[in-house]
Design a binder for this molecule. Sequence first.
Ligand code: AMP
Ligand code: ZN
Length: 463
Amino acid sequence: MALKLYNTLTRKTQVFKPLQDNTVRLYTCGPTVYNYAHIGNLRTYIFEDILVRTLLYNNFKLKRVMNITDVGHLTADSDNGEEKMELGAKREGKTVWEVADFYTKTFMDDLKKLNILPPDIVCKATDNIKEQIELIHQLEKKGFTYEIPGDGIYYNTIKFKKYGNLAKLDIEGLKAGARVELVEGKKNPTDFALWKFSPKDQKRQMEWPSPWGVGFPGWHIECSAMATKYLGDHFDIHCGGIDHIPVHHTNEIAQIEAVTKKKWVNFWMHGEFLVLEKEKMAKSGDNFITLSVVESKNFDPLDYRYFCLSAHYKSKLNFSWEALEGARNAFKNLKNRIIDFRTDKKIKESGKKEKYQKKFLKCINEDLNMPLALAVMWEMLGDNKLGSNEKLDLLFYFDKVLGLNLEKVKEENVSDEIKNLVEQREQARKNKDWKRSDQIRDELKSKGIILEDTPEGVRWKKA
Ligand code: AMP
Ligand code: ZN
């Protein structure tokens, strides 16, 4: 059954085949590490993980690269405003390098908690400055650049005939400042910085010498240079959030195709936004919800993953705590079913397994239709002809794509915090510290856990 994916470039759902052999070369735009990732960002990484898992499920091999933007992303996503990394460093009273290290680590931890498969190559913009300078140099040689004195080296978008094709931009209709902030000296509103000069009166923490002057690279050149370095000048899939279509990815294409004069990426794929009561998820204020915030409200990160699976990646997904609770309940129900199936020792061979495998494959291969795939899973669970052994087999098979860690579901699914409290209470009882032991019992009760002291030791259950 052929895998079909929606390609932003053609605006069509097309049969996907790797360009070379059986290996899919895939680039996903990574985080800007000046702050925690919010759950909106994480939705995009979950979508990309579903894509990765679906490719693997279809027996393709994969070479996957993700960048870490640790320099060059300005606050307005354009060429004005402060640089995000320097802003983060100022906010936290740390060096830019410390900030980058810290948030790269927290991001990687988030991926792990969400059971997102790690990319084969994770590359930092600051480790690839030479490649970025080289690409700008090639663009310069071909006449695509100009300098705005005191500001930087810019890409002259009018010189690239196909500029804006990905986003179907109405270049003629674009008034200066309509899409991007106006920068004095720009020849066209869509022009963008390739290299920004360091301010004359100030030493930046991150800056490098270049043929044009000391400074730092623009955000778009990073991805173009690194994707090409690791995946070549013609590869299979490039992904990101939907906001990247009109600027970031449009500019990435312009930078590479101006030099190579041929199509760079075969499939462009974009995940829709997670929205919060019709607002955009933001990296500040009340709209800033991280995975830690989710955990602090006693949700498991995988509850959030389940929640994301309930919407197609091309649809907006409305976040609310009630909706997340709904997902948690459905997921809990699924885990309870697994526990029940494990106690059933009867072995059945209904001959219906293949039918459900095919049905599931059809959903995921139809442009990653996860809501339908979940519906097939629930339909299968409700099919009385199937034995528990078959249901478990199918669930674990589907989980290669769902990524809900179903094989690891344990008898009672409690958080580490609860396990810790139970242990602490055992210790208190051993020490005959009855006051502390009662305190912990009450605390657990308030969290919905009831303790029973039996001759074999403590037992607990959910209220
Ligand atoms: P950033 O760290 O800002 O570069 O963003 C990382 C990724 O998250 C990019 O692919 C963005 O397109 C994506 N993104 C940003 N906001 C959201 C959102 N609210 N929902 C889904 N994806 C988002
Ligand atoms: Zn990128």
